[in-house]
Design a protein around this ligand. Structure first.
Ligand SMILES: [Zn+2]
Length: 317
């Protein structure tokens, strides 16, 4: 079986923030993986054969790559296909902060089902872990995790500890570190969020301008998210959020201190039981742990969202 598709994926060196919150010194771009079905099909078939040893009636993967793979596998295996989508979470540099959900119409159909959870490539397994949690909450059980390629051992070790069988077609050595242990952080190397590719990206620059006119064209993001990250550096996390749906729409506390800069539009900030109107040009501050949400906002609302500092805020209550 050929793994040419995997070995020819573009690899970049640098200092990268993975979705899991781990840091790594290489980044594998997966955008090309599903471009040529004739190249990927032999691998999908190979994984389907491995998964065929397990008993399940549905395959589930997270958007984007995991879902593409899940659908292809479900077609071969004659099973049902489900997917999870990322929840635009606000803030936090904690490990495994990423969350995924089942679309509402799928959620009710999963109770009691045995499911194979798959992803195109698994390093720490952040999106798979979040998908398993979403399936759990919907009453389904994950009987096997499958992937075309494993990077490093963090993911496999985790699923072994969970007692979930793990099927992987290929394995590549891959170093990743928790932020506190990261040698690149220790050297002061600028941290890049590679998922911000194609958007405004500071890369290794030590200064720059993020133009609103350019940034707003990237909202909503590829997975429909209404807040997109544009700059991550140390604890700093800068996003642009835009209507029609501007998170947080549900009352929620965030783990870090937070400032909103209102670029355009108007609305109401519900915070700590109070309601205050705001409009373009205003600055909103919400300390870590404070319940808040946006209400009654205009359809053109756009806000820069700036998180910084330690979990729990710089001046805890
Ligand atoms: Zn680092």
């Amino acid at each position: 079986m050929t793994s040419d598709v995997l070995t020819t994926l573009p690899v970049r060196s640098g200092h990268f923030l993975l979705e899991s919150g781990y840091h790594a010194d290489v980044w594998l771009s997966l955008d090309l993986l599903f471009v040529d079905p004739s190249k990927i099909t032999p691998m999908v078939t190979g994984l389907a054969e491995r998964l065929g040893d397990h008993e399940f009636s549905a395959v589930c993967g997270s958007l984007m790559g995991g879902a593409f793979l899940a659908q292809a596998l479900a077609t071969i295996l004659g099973s049902a296909f489900y997917y999870t989508e990322p929840i635009p979470t606000a803030g936090g540099t904690a490990l495994f902060a990423a969350q995924y959900r089942l679309p509402a119409d799928l959620r009710g159909r999963l109770r009691g089902l045995k499911v194979a959870v798959v992803d195109d490539v698994i390093s720490a397994g952040s999106s798979v872990r979040a998908t398993i949690a979403a399936l759990d909450a919907a009453g389904a059980s994950t009987v096997v995790v499958g992937t075309l390629l494993t990077l490093g051992d963090v993911g496999a070790t985790h699923f072994a500890r969970l007692g979930v069988p793990f099927e992987s077609l290929a394995h590549k050595d891959f170093l990743m570190w928790k932020p506190a242990d990261c040698p690149l952080c220790r050297d002061g190397a600028a941290l890049e969020d590679p998922r911000a590719d194609g958007r405004v990206n500071m890369g290794e620059c030590r200064s720059g301008v993020i133009a609103f006119a350019e940034a707003r064209t990237h909202i909503p993001g590829a997975a429909g998210e209404h807040a997109v990250a544009f700059l991550k550096r140390g604890s700093l996390d800068v996003r642009l959020a835009g209507a029609p749906r501007v998170p947080p729409t549900e009352s929620t506390p965030h783990a870090q201190d937070e400032v909103y800069v209102v670029v355009r539009g108007r609305g109401v900030l519900f915070h700590d039981g109070r309601r205050d109107r705001f409009e373009a040009g205003d600055l909103l501050f919400v300390a870590a742990g404070t319940e808040h949400r946006f209400e009654d906002y205009s359809g053109d609302l756009a806000v820069w969202v700036v998180f910084w500092g330690p979990q729990g805020g710089e001046i805890p209550r």
